[in-house]
Design a protein around this ligand. Structure first.
Ligand code: DQA
Length: 143
């Protein structure tokens, strides 16, 4: 099993336009092309939704077959027990990713309801946070 799924949550469809001083100027689709170029042997899938239930449905759909999931749950990170439960319910390991350093921001962002159910978390390295998670999966998560 070689495929890895990246799931982005609410407002991350606006990357490149949204608060560029925090999230940068690059659209995710452009960054996704870069990821596909630097990991040519991996089948990378990308899904984005602003809707909590759709993110949960996607976790259910891929969570028993994909090698690993990289999840940026956006603000749902800090609020969604339902997404935390979905992560606990599936087999594929999930890596939590954030573009910004959530710990240097408002106190509400210091709490992650999903972190305990994830393999690990990467936060604060800009778009490169996704790349770091991918390197971990490729080097340390066996088929
Ligand atoms: C984010 C951090 C969250 O606190 C925020 O709600 C986001 C993006 C990040 O990638 O830095 O939407 O997950």
């Amino acid at each position: 099993m070689k495929n890895i799924t990246i799931i982005n949550g609410p407002n991350l469809n606006l990357l490149g336009k949204r608060e560029p001083h925090i999230y940068g100027k690059q659209a995710f689709v452009d960054y996704f092309d870069h990821l596909k170029r630097i990991f040519p042997s991996i089948q990378l899938d990308y899904f984005q939704s602003n809707i909590e239930g759709h993110i949960i449905d996607k976790l259910h759909k891929v969570g028993f077959s994909t090698k690993a999931i990289i999840l940026n749950a956006g603000a749902y990170t800090h609020t969604s027990l339902a997404i935390a439960d979905a992560i606990a319910s599936i087999n594929s390991p999930v890596i939590e990713v954030h573009i910004s350093n959530v710990f240097s921001r408002e106190a509400i962002r210091h709490t992650s309801l999903i972190a305990a159910n994830c393999k690990g978390s990467v936060s604060g390295f800009g778009m490169q946070s996704y790349e770091m998670a991918l390197h971990y999966i490729v080097n340390h998560i066996k088929e």
